[in-house]
Ligand binder design. Structure first.
Ligand SMILES: *[C@@H]1O[C@H](CO)[C@@H](O)[C@H](O)[C@H]1NC(C)=O
Ligand SMILES: *[C@@H]1O[C@H](CO)[C@@H](O)[C@H](O)[C@H]1NC(C)=O
Length: 361
């Protein structure tokens, strides 16, 4: 009797929780066909995006959402092929139940190359404030999704490649200026080969050494004492010649690319305000790679292993290997690694696993 009473109480509370996790049936007709990429969608300001609903999408159940940002010169369609998040042949199938949304960058005014789409993180796009507001674009896309789909607003995630990764890891994740900052709406971030530009560094001495340069970020040093930043998982190759792992100063644009490890460490709680387990670094080598290593900070769990009593690390930097270039790491051939060395792991699979660990309270 006691057991069944307890069970009934558990079932009752489960039902109450489930009610909050659903949307009323009928109120939200399917705006896109499930299991395929939607046609072009446009925000009120004319920005283009496309949505992939998983086959399992149920308009009465709240679904998690991944935003994916392509690289410079890129398009939505290139990013769909590169991240493979919606590819049914990928090891985690059917988008793993995620709604995946692809956003299209613009070409900044005055660009000499009319095909060079860029995100607000990079010098030319950041300077074109009259036309380019990618944070506003992101907010508009989220609003449109929440209006037309049954979205789990506690499970919004963002990933991206190169400038798209830079936008995620240097702009979106840093948008903590006010309580309405977009960074607070995401449960986790996962940039790949990110271009984490620091602007307004016309002199070399303002950038070098690149592993010391101050990273102006609302989510980093300036965050409230003791408040951990949003969990972040970043990937970078040691042979990346486009966005070097060790960083570099760019004279032509007066911009600075920080050392990647240095950039990642900003997300770790300052040791003054955290227990040693929250700041300790844990390295795990990546089998089959050339000196590839996962460095994890915070949490008692190892990187990628989420034991039941263990809290997962909140900050993970995956150094993909000495021979990995400006790539979306994959064991299979993709547009980035074609003809060159391939990674010993699939970044997309890790990203999906990582996102699955985090949700907003
Ligand atoms: C990586 O993904 C590809 C499919 O895109 C798959 O063939 C391969 O087995 C995966 N590799 C690993 C290590 O899971
Ligand atoms: C982890 O690996 C990185 C890169 O090889 C190295 O710089 C760092 O010192 C290592 N940390 C520990 C705690 O071993």
């Amino acid at each position: 009797m006691h057991i069944s009473t307890a069970l009934a109480a558990v079932l009752l509370s489960a039902c109450t929780a489930a009610a909050a996790a659903t949307c009323s049936p009928g109120s939200r007709p399917l705006p896109f066909p499930a299991g395929e990429l939607s046609k072009d969608q446009f925000t009120a300001k004319g920005r283009r995006y496309r949505v992939h609903l998983p086959k399992s999408y149920d308009p009465t159940r709240r679904a998690p959402v991944i935003l994916s940002y392509h690289g410079a010169h890129g398009t939505i369609e290139k990013q769909v092929a590169l991240d493979g998040l919606t590819d049914p042949s990928r090891s985690n199938r059917d988008g793993d139940g995620y709604v995946v949304v692809y956003l299209q960058a613009l070409v900044p005014a005055g660009a000499s190359d009319p095909t060079k789409t860029e995100w607000q993180v990079a010098p030319a796009a950041a300077a074109d404030k009259a036309h380019i507001d990618d944070l506003g674009f992101t907010a508009d896309v989220l609003a449109a999704l929440e209006a037309s789909l049954c979205v789990d607003t506690r499970r919004l995630y963002a990933t991206g490649k190169s400038q798209g990764g830079g936008f995620v890891g240097r702009v979106l994740a840093c948008d903590t200026s006010s309580s309405s900052g977009l960074a607070h709406r995401f449960a986790a971030f996962a940039p790949v080969a990110g271009a984490y530009y620091i602007l307004d560094t016309p002199r070399r001495a303002q950038c070098e050494p690149t592993d010391r340069v101050a990273i102006p970020c609302g989510g980093g040093g300036a965050r409230e004492e003791g408040t951990p930043a949003t969990p972040i998982l970043a990937f970078h190759g040691g042979a990346d010649e486009t966005i070097p792992y060790r960083g570099e100063w760019r004279r032509a644009t007066g911009s600075c690319l920080p050392d990647i490890r240095h950039w990642a460490r900003q997300w770790v709680l300052p040791s003054s305000s955290a227990s040693s387990s929250a700041t300790a670094e844990k390295n795990t080598t990546i089998p089959g790679s050339r000196h590839g290593v996962r460095s994890a900070w915070g949490g008692s769990g190892g990187p990628g292993k989420d034991g039941e009593e263990e809290e997962a690390a909140r900050v993970v930097l995956v150094y993909a290997g000495d021979d990995i270039g400006h790539d979306w790491p994959s064991t299979a051939e993709n547009a980035d690694n074609k003809g060159g060395p391939r990674a010993a792991f699939n970044a997309s699979d890790e990203i999906v696993d990582w996102f699955g660990k985090w949700r907003l309270e």
